[in-house]
Design a binder for this molecule. Structure first.
Ligand code: SAM
Ligand code: SF4
Length: 465
C-alpha cells in the first residue's frame, strides 16, 4: 500500500488540450492540499497524462511506468494514468502494468482526488466515465498560468475521420457554455494572462443554444480589458464560417495565425479519410482567409501513407503544400489505431515508403517555414515575452505569427514589447528591442494593426526616433 501523497507531478503528452487538462489536474490536487514537487525532486504521486493519437505516443506510457516503478534510490510513487490512453485501454493498463494505481479518463479527471484517496486506502482506482461537461463545473478556480493561457471551449468530435481515435477517447462533440468561458477568461486575465488560446479538438465547431459561434466568443473576449491577444486551435475546414473569417479582418486582438489541417492533397484519399473537404474547397478557404487578413500565417497537419495512398496521390499532397505556402506545419506517418476503420483497410503502405514520403514532405514544409521566417526580417512588430532564453538577459517571446523570437531585453516575462526582427532560422528569429513605434502611435497590437495598410499587413519598417 502506498501512503497518501503530499507532492505530485503531472506529465502531459500530446496536444494542447492535454496541457490544459494537466494544468487543471494540478489545480485540483493543490486544492486538496498537495503541492507540486520541485524541479528534479521525486514526487509522491505521478500523473501521466497520455496521448493515444499514434501508436508511438501510446506505447511511451508503458516505458514511463516501468521507469517510475523502478525509481532508483526510493519507493515507487503512486502512479496515475490519465488522458486518452486511459480512456482507450482502461482496466487493461493495470493488467499490463501492475505498478499503476489509478486510471482516469479525460472526462472524469475531476474525480482524481477521490481516486487518490481510494488508492491510498489500498484499492486500485479506475474511472473512465464520460459524463458530458460535468467535469468543468467540478473543477476549482483557475490559478496563475503565465502570459499565454490555454482555455478549453469545446471537446470531443463527431467527425469520425477513419484514421482517428479522438471520437472514441474524447467522446461526442460538446461546447462549454458562453458565460463559463468568459468567466474563466476573466479569471485568467486577472492572474496575469495577456494571451488566451481557445482550445478544442474542432474549436471552430463551438456553438451554443443561442446560435452563437466561435467568432462571437472571440468578439466577447476582445472586449475584455487587459487581454492583448487571442488565438484558437485546432480548426476543421468544414467549420470555417464566414463570421470567423471576418473576425480575422475585424478583431484587433485576434492574432494572424490559422492552424487548418488538410491531411492530404488527394480527393480520393480525403474521401477515404472521411474528411468533408476536397483539396479545392480547402484552397478556397485559404484564399478567403487571406483576403480577410493578408499577413496570416497558415499552418496545417498532414498524414502520409494513409492506406492505399499511391505515389500520384502523395504528389497531390506536395502540390497542395506548394499552393498554400505554409508558415508552419505538423506532418505524421499514418499510424493504424485499434478500432478505427482505416486500421482494417487493405493496402497498408509499407514503412519505408512512408519514411521516404515523410522526408520529402518535411523538406518542402521546412523550406516554406524558413522562407516565411526570413521574410519577417526587417519588420517591427510586437512580442509577448513568455520564458527565459539560454543566455543571461535573454527572453523568448512569440510574434503575432507564433514565431519564437529571442531578445536581449530588460523587460519582464509577460510584457508586450516592440521588436525589430533582425535574423531568422528555420525554428526561431532574433529580435532587437525597438525603442520607438511610428511617431504619434502607442505600443502594442493596436498600433501595429492601425498603421498597416492591407497590402502590407506583416509589420512595418520602424521609423527611428
Ligand atoms: N481535429 C483536427 C482536424 O480534424 O484536423 C485534428 C486533431 S488530431 C488530434 C491532430 C492530428 O493528428 C490530425 O490532424 C492528424 O494529422 C494527426 N492524426 C490523427 N490520427 C492519426 C493517425 N492515426 N496517424 C497519424 N496521424 C494522425
Ligand atoms: Fe480526429 Fe480531427 Fe477528424 Fe475529429 S475531425 S476525427 S479530431 S482528425
Amino acid at each position: 500500500m502506498k501512503p497518501a501523497p503530499r507532492t505530485f507531478q503531472v506529465k502531459s503528452f500530446g496536444c494542447q488540450m492535454n496541457v490544459y487538462d494537466g494544468a487543471r489536474m494540478a489545480e485540483l490536487l493543490e486544492a486538496e492540499g498537495m503541492s507540486a514537487a520541485g524541479e528534479g525532486a521525486d514526487a509522491d504521486l505521478v500523473v501521466l497524462n497520455t496521448c493515444h493519437i499514434r501508436e508511438k505516443a501510446a506505447e511511451k506510457v508503458y516505458s514511463d511506468i516501468g521507469r517510475l516503478a523502478k525509481r532508483p534510490g526510493g519507493a515507487a510513487p503512486m502512479i496515475a494514468v490519465a488522458g486518452c490512453v486511459a480512456q482507450a485501454e482502461g482496466a487493461e493498463i493495470p493488467r499490463r502494468a501492475p505498478a499503476v494505481d489509478i486510471v482516469v479518463g479525460p472526462q472524469a479527471y475531476h474525480n482524481l482526488p477521490a481516486l487518490v484517496r481510494q488508492a491510498a486506502a489500498g484499492g486500485r482506482a479506475l474511472d473512465t466515465g464520460m459524463p458530458p461537461l460535468s467535469k468543468f463545473g467540478a473543477l476549482p478556480a483557475r490559478r496563475r498560468q503565465g502570459p499565454s493561457a490555454f482555455l478549453t471551449v469545446q471537446e470531443g468530435c463527431d467527425k469520425f475521420c477513419t484514421y482517428c481515435v479522438v471520437p472514441y477517447t474524447r467522446g461526442a462533440e460538446i461546447s462549454r457554455p458562453f458565460g463559463a468561458i468568459v468567466d474563466e477568461a476573466r479569471a485568467l486575465i486577472d492572474m496575469g494572462a495577456r494571451e488566451i488560446v481557445l482550445l478544442g479538438q474542432n474549436v471552430n465547431a463551438w456553438r451554443d443554444d443561442e446560435e452563437r459561434g466561435l467568432d462571437d466568443l472571440i468578439r466577447a473576449l476582445d472586449a475584455l480589458p487587459g487581454l492583448a491577444r487571442i488565438r484558437y486551435t485546432t480548426s476543421h475546414p468544414g467549420d470555417m464560417t464566414e463570421g470567423l473569417i471576418r473576425a480575422h479582418a475585424e478583431v484587433e486582438k485576434l492574432m494572424p495565425y490559422l492552424h487548418l489541417p488538410v491531411q492530404s492533397g488527394s480527393d480520393r484519399v480525403l474521401k477515404a479519410m472521411n474528411r468533408s473537404h476536397t483539396a479545392e474547397s480547402y484552397l478556397r478557404i485559404i484564399e478567403r482567409v487571406r483576403a480577410a487578413r493578408p499577413d496570416i500565417a497558415v499552418s496545417g497537419d498532414f498524414i502520409v501513407g494513409f492506406p492505399g495512398e499511391t505515389d500520384a496521390e502523395f504528389e497531390a499532397t506536395l502540390a497542395i503544400v506548394a499552393a498554400v505556402n505554409y508558415a508552419q506545419a505538423f506532418s505524421f506517418k499514418y499510424s493504424p489505431r485499434p478500432g478505427t476503420p482505416a486500421a482494417e483497410m487493405d493496402e497498408q503502405v509499407p514503412a519505408e515508403v512512408m519514411d521516404e514520403r515523410l522526408q520529402r514532405l518535411q523538406a518542402s514544409l521546412g523550406r516554406q517555414q524558413l522562407a516565411f521566417n526570413q521574410a519577417s526580417v526587417g519588420l517591427c512588430t510586437d512580442l509577448l515575452l513568455e520564458r527565459p532564453g539560454r543566455k543571461p538577459g535573454q527572453l523568448i517571446g512569440k510574434s503575432p505569427w507564433l514565431q519564437s523570437v529571442h531578445l536581449e531585453t530588460g523587460a519582464a516575462i509577460g510584457d508586450l514589447v516592440a521588436v525589430d526582427l533582425v535574423s531568422a532560422g528555420p525554428n526561431s528569429l532574433a529580435g532587437r528591442a525597438a525603442p520607438t513605434w511610428l511617431p504619434g502611435e502607442g505600443r502594442g497590437p493596436a498600433a501595429r494593426t492601425e498603421r498597416l495598410d492591407p497590402g502590407l499587413r506583416r509589420g512595418t519598417a520602424r521609423v527611428a526616433a
